[in-house]
Design a protein around this ligand. Structure first.
Ligand SMILES: C[S@@+](CC[C@H](N)C(=O)[O-])C[C@H]1O[C@@H](n2cnc3c(N)ncnc32)[C@H](O)[C@@H]1O
Ligand SMILES: [Zn+2]
Length: 272
């Protein structure tokens, strides 16, 4: 991409801050530059790299390619529509998807709310490079969710979907009337894969953590079960951290005949 088109994707307003020294940053020519002259270049690939001493994470290219396949076949559309129906009640200027992965929700929502900015940040280069490959519109940043490159009180919404949270940091960057949409698995999420791997799960601990850090204003379970062909089964097994460091055999792929996508969608605000 031409570098000027990359920069165009980013809101020129004064909302950025330096992840190194926390002073304000401004877009200056082809870089984002802070008051102490720390400078981050926009990349022709279509994003900005804000992590010094970057080390690859276990979220790798093959996981994001598999996720892209799964998303493009509509398995998470019921979740995306539910997010859109929440967002329609808010005045959206700046929305941040924290741990955006390959950017499915950003691309989906930008189609509906075309005047808003949908930022994607992730600390996996493979995620961000997968996201920008087919997205010339939305601004993506390689950054860590516990050190967000945004100033205090400048975002309207944070999406935090199947990704770790840092509530202090989220409420620092959210406006006073901003909302957090936190989406977590239920015990039924991918239960067919959990059964094959003999692993159990419930989300009580995460819910307790959310309730002790935020004021929950709504909470809804959204669910759908799909039949799978073998190609879909293989991609589901590759797209989930449940199979990290596990050998996915042909036998397991053949046994995975259906899949349940059940997530809990929690809307929360700052407790203070
Ligand atoms: C299970 S994936 C979910 C991705 C996406 N939200 C989705 O629903 O498809 C978790 C994502 O969180 C990202 N992640 C994990 N720790 C992170 C951190 N400290 N800062 C930023 N991103 C992080 C991973 O790279 C990965 O893309
Ligand atoms: Zn700085």
């Amino acid at each position: 991409m031409k570098i000027e088109n990359v920069i165009k994707k980013f809101n020129g307003d004064d909302i950025y801050r330096c992840p190194k020294c926390s002073t304000n940053c401004k877009i200056n020519n082809i870089s984002l530059v802070c008051e102490n002259n720390h400078s981050y270049d926009f990349s022709k690939k279509g994003y900005i790299h804000l992590i010094s001493n970057y080390k690859p994470t276990k979220y790798s290219e093959s996981l994001f390619s598999a996720r892209k396949f799964v998303f493009s076949n509509g398995f998470y559309e019921h979740i995306a529509y539910e997010i859109a129906s929440i967002l329609k009640d808010y005045n959206l200027i700046n929305v941040l998807d924290v741990g955006c992965g390959e950017g499915y929700y950003i691309k989906f929502l930008k189609n509906i709310f075309s005047n808003s900015y949908f930022y994607g940040i992730d600390n996996s280069k493979d995620a961000i490079e997968c996201a920008v490959k087919d997205d010339k519109i939305n601004p993506y940043m390689l950054a860590n969710l516990s050190n967000l490159p945004f100033r205090d009180n400048c975002l309207d919404v944070i999406l935090n979907i199947l990704t770790p949270a840092n509530y202090n940091e989220f409420f620092r960057v959210l406006k006073d009337d901003g909302i957090l949409i936190k989406i977590i698995p239920t015990e039924n999420y991918l239960k067919e894969i959990r059964q094959l791997l003999s692993s159990e799960y419930n989300n009580e601990d995460i819910i307790n953590l959310i309730e002790s850090n935020c004021k929950v204003i709504s909470n809804k379970r959204v669910t759908k079960t799909f039949l799978l062909n073998e190609e879909e089964a293989e991609n589901f097994l590759k797209m989930t951290p449940l199979t990290f460091s596990k050998n996915v055999s042909e036998d397991i792929i053949k046994k995975l005949k259906e899949i349940t996508i059940e997530l809990e969608i929690i809307v929360a605000v700052n407790k203070k």
